[in-house]
Design a protein around this ligand. Structure first.
Ligand code: SF4
Ligand code: SF4
Length: 174
């Protein structure tokens, strides 16, 4: 997923779309908006970002799950298998990004799935599909002709907490 921080206006449409699409329980969310001010007055910069699970290529959540419930699925998406999850929270503790929660309905670890159920049907994740400024793109970064590859080739970008060594696959255009 590629997110353009210069286009995001913080409207939270992505958050609401995710909650509706994935029936996220009240009081919880699988994505959220962060606003961050950097620089020194008067040279300040405000960045607005839509954040979620980074579907890391080297995910400590997966490495620390004692039951193998949280796993890297097809296409690199990190998913939780509710049949195997015991709700022990090891994955949540291991995640450097503090994503995830125990769903009070399922008693299982819950987080962004990149809307895997929609992707399997050829649709985009709900957040991507509703964004009014089209600040998000989703696709195959190993395909040099994909929209995400073109965006990453044409603009400077960053990932969150690169020092954690998890190789996140949510990229932020800066
Ligand atoms: Fe796991 Fe956290 Fe990375 Fe998501 S962001 S794959 S929960 S380590
Ligand atoms: Fe694995 Fe579930 Fe425990 Fe997370 S809460 S570590 S997914 S068993």
């Amino acid at each position: 997923m590629v997110i353009d921080t210069r286009k995001c206006v913080g409207c939270m449409d992505c958050v609401l779309a995710c909650k509706a699409e994935n029936k996220v329980p009240e009081g919880y969310c699988r994505d959220w908006i962060v606003t961050e001010t950097t620089g020194r007055f008067p040279d300040l910069r405000l960045e607005i970002r839509s954040e979620r699970c980074n579907h890391c290529d080297r995910p400590p959540c997966v490495m620390n799950c004692p039951t193998g419930a949280i796993h890297v699925d097809v296409g690199g998406i990190v998913l939780v298998d509710n049949e195997r999850c015991t709700g022990c929270k090891n994955c949540m503790v291991a995640c450097p990004y503090a994503v995830g929660f125990i769903n009070p309905t399922t008693n299982c670890s819950d987080k962004c799935t990149f809307c895997a159920h929609r992707i399997r049907k050829g649709l985009k994740p709900a957040c991507v599909s509703v964004c009014p400024t089209k600040c998000m793109a989703f696709g195959d970064k190993d395909d040099p002709d994909s929209e995400v590859s073109r965006l990453l080739a044409g603009r400077p970008w960053k990932v969150l907490k690169p020092e954690a060594g998890t190789s996140p696959t949510v990229y932020y255009l800066t």
